[in-house]
Design a protein around this ligand. Structure first.
Ligand code: NAD
Length: 320
């Protein structure tokens, strides 16, 4: 059985991916220690019997090296990161250490330990707002946010290891992911909780902000297929980047209304200006993804939100 190492396994995407891969692969996962009552700990509880979990901080180069040398994974799927755009501006050193230096440590350990395949999370935040639809061939040098800048640096570092050392790297530009077990710093969670508790929800720019919301099940399916492809095609180019987005932006106002209607309460809306580091609109062109794996995200906003809100009612509302 092949060994897959997922970094950031107790995170939102890592948790869902681990559940899917555990049926077919021997899954190893690393993350940093978390508070006992946090959503990370609850996610880990759900998967602990299916995966081999260890605490390991990707900023700790010697420990990471020792871990990878012991496990010897066939593929690493790197999801660990400091996430969130707003927080990145106030915590630049932490974001740099984790997202850039941590990723650089991982690349070096792939090279040291002869790991053949690395799939890593980038983000739609690498795009600027010059184009209406985002394509992988767009020029992406001027990110609005510090977070986006760190993700772009990951892409250039991966390209370097691919060309110099032949490491097969696949970068994934995720577009606003949502679904059950969503991160508590994301709008999805904040909206569900605020609507449920009758508190105001903040919408930027009169709700006229558009996001290409992508259900986590589509993210997981895309990664699964890319993983399979990397295993069966030995002649893959050494570094490829793919958009993973639904391909149909909707307004954040509509997103909130869909969530509120599933919860069964009217939202209270508070309007605020769009922060300078937020894109007004994101829209993924998924042609390249479709050509590579014969799949593009398919989950409609209505059914995706229903799945997320059902989870919230059953489980999420009780989380601290
Ligand atoms: N969720 C989205 O909408 C979205 C969009 C674009 C890109 N991404 C990217 O996808 C990946 C997964 O996102 P997510 O939503 O699951 O985020 P998440 O915050 O839920 O998961 C990230 C995980 O990384 C772990 N981590 C942080 N620092 C670490 C360190 N030093 N060592 C080891 N682990 C560490 C965290 O504890 C967390 O469990 C991230 O790289 C993120 O930047 C996510």
């Amino acid at each position: 059985m092949q060994k897959i190492l997922i970094t950031g396994i107790s995170g939102f995407v890592g948790f869902h991916l681990a559940k899917k891969l555990a049926d077919e692969y021997m899954v190893y996962g690393i993350d940093i220690p978390q508070e006992p009552q946090s959503i990370y700990t609850h996610r880990l509880q759900q998967i602990k019997d299916k995966v081999n979990y260890s605490h390991c901080d990707i900023r700790d180069q010697p420990k990471l090296g020792e871990y990878i040398a012991t496990v010897r994974p066939d593929v690493i799927i790197h999801l660990a990161a400091c996430t969130g755009i707003a927080a990145s501006e106030a915590n630049k050193p932490l974001y740099f250490d984790t997202n850039v230096l941590g990723f650089s440590n991982l690349l070096q350990q792939c090279s040291n330990n002869n790991v053949q395949h690395l799939i890593y999370a980038s983000s739609s935040s690498v795009y600027n707002h010059l184009n209406e639809v985002y394509r992988e061939t767009d020029e992406v040098e001027n990110q609005l946010s510090y977070y986006g800048k760190t993700k772009r640096q990951c892409e250039t570092l991966a390209a370097n290891y691919a060309s110099q050392f032949g490491l097969n790297c696949i970068g994934l530009r995720f577009f606003t992911v949502y679904g059950s077990w969503v991160r508590t710093d994301m709008a999805a969670w904040k909206f569900m909780r605020a609507v449920d508790e009758g508190k105001p929800c903040t919408l930027y720019n009169n709700g006229e902000v558009y996001r290409d919301f992508t259900h986590v099940s589509d993210i997981v399916e895309s990664i699964f297929r890319l993983l399979k492809k990397s295993q069966t095609h030995s002649q893959l180019p050494a570094h490829e980047v793919y958009n993973i987005g639904h391909g149909s932006p909707v307004s954040v106002l509509h997103y909130l209304q869909t969530i509120a209607s599933c919860i069964g309460k009217e939202p209270i809306i508070h309007y605020a200006p769009l922060p300078a580091n937020e894109l007004p609109r994101t829209h993924a062109d998924t042609t390249k993804l479709q050509q590579a794996i014969g799949f593009k995200p398919v989950c409609s906003l209505e059914s995706g939100v229903r799945e997320m809100v059902e989870w919230y009612k059953l489980y999420g509302a009780g989380l601290a």
